[in-house]
Design a protein around this ligand. Structure first.
Ligand code: ATP
Length: 331
């Protein structure tokens, strides 16, 4: 994807106007955004470099080919209303990383139950400094702050529990067969479709603040896939029409997450173990665990325990692995 500067607030304002897929004259776009027609043309050329395809009809105007319904706070709030969770929702055009931004804010204000969703993340993060690739219009990336009375030990299984909420939400939204991969991936037919990143701060014995980051591939273009060194897929590959409505999808996810986090705060990960295992793509399968020193442990997945650790059977011996330091692969 092109440089960060390409999608300026003005660029987003123009793209939002074009997201209806209709023809808009340069004059009307210029008047609506308070810039010259030449500037409109310049900004729209730049947005083409960011992956949007524009049709220019001489003397008439511009049309967005393959229009993307943009993220829209009102639409998210309206879709959430039925479940009425107490969440503060904010939609940003572009941030470095929604989790980084919530962490910055947490230093000076309460971010408990604050949701930040970004149309575009320019420096999305995975675990251990890895990069999370996202594109404007084709990803769903958001973070949610949640305060727990308990400390980090109690939250060891949180990223797995969040996976359960995402699985439930994707089922409810009509995306079947998305599975979990220990500890924090979402996969479809063994290709990665999403990831979860949990960052915890606070006292060891509580209270603690969890910043829960989620990235989902909705329509990931091939240019973006080139950056990712493992098999990936997107929701459009499962159901193209449904994948268009990211606002509704986010509402489904937030409703499930809210319910799950309230229960987790009382009971921890234990009540979700059985469902997590049912949703695990590698349950009972032979796997390899890549350890931080470069060595590999092989075994068959038994499941996870109540703290979220992976349990393998190695020739009759049960061995536990905690997340954070290892990656799991099919055997
Ligand atoms: P692994 O998935 O290899 O076990 P991990 O779970 O530690 O490792 P994460 O930190 O969750 O990985 O995510 C970062 C990794 O995910 C990147 O190194 C890259 O391989 C992959 N990745 C980055 N962006 C995407 C994306 N949009 N879709 C799927 N995978 C991605």
């Amino acid at each position: 994807m092109a440089a960060t500067s390409v999608l300026s607030p003005l660029g987003f304002a123009l793209l939002r106007r074009l997201s209806d897929g209709k023809l808009h004259s340069g004059e009307a776009l210029a008047a609506a955004t308070g810039v010259t027609r030449a500037r409109v043309s310049q900004i729209l050329s730049a947005s083409e470099a960011a992956g949007f395809t524009l049709e220019r009809v001489r003397g008439v105007g511009y049309r967005l080919v393959d229009p993307v319904p943009f993220l829209d706070r009102d639409a998210i709030v309206a879709a959430l209303r039925a479940t009425a969770p107490r969440l503060k929702i904010e939609v940003a055009d572009s941030v470095d990383s929604t989790s980084t931004e919530l962490l910055r804010r947490a230093a000076r204000q309460a971010v408990d139950r604050q949701v930040l969703v970004a149309e575009w993340q320019t420096a999305g993060r995975g675990r251990r400094g890895r990069k999370w690739t996202a594109v404007a219009g084709g990803s769903l990336t958001f973070s949610l702050g949640w305060r727990f009375e308990q400390g980090a030990g109690f939250l060891a299984g949180l990223s797995l529990a969040v996976g359960v909420a995402l699985g439930r939400a994707l089922d409810a939204a009509g995306f079947k067969d998305v599975q979990l991969k220990w500890p924090n991936d979402l996969v479809h037919r063994h290709c990665k479709i999403g990831g979860i990143l949990i960052e915890i701060s606070g006292d060891a014995l509580g209270p603690a603040l969890a910043i829960i980051g989620v990235g989902l591939n909705v329509r990931l273009p091939s240019t973006a896939r080139r950056d990712i060194a493992q098999p990936v897929t997107d929701l459009a590959a499962i159901d193209k029409e449904r994948a268009l409505d990211r606002n509704r999808l986010l509402a489904f996810i937030l409703a499930e997450l809210y319910q799950l986090l309230e229960r987790y705060a009382r009971e921890g990960f234990a009540p979700f173990v059985a469902e997590w295992q049912r949703r695990h793509a590698l349950q009972k399968k032979p796997v390899r665990v890549l350890l931080p020193d470069g060595s590999v442990a092989a075994g068959d997945v038994v499941g996870v325990d109540a703290s979220g650790a992976l349990v393998l059977d190695q020739r009759g011996r049960r061995v536990r692995f905690v997340s954070g330091e290892v990656s799991l692969r099919r055997g």
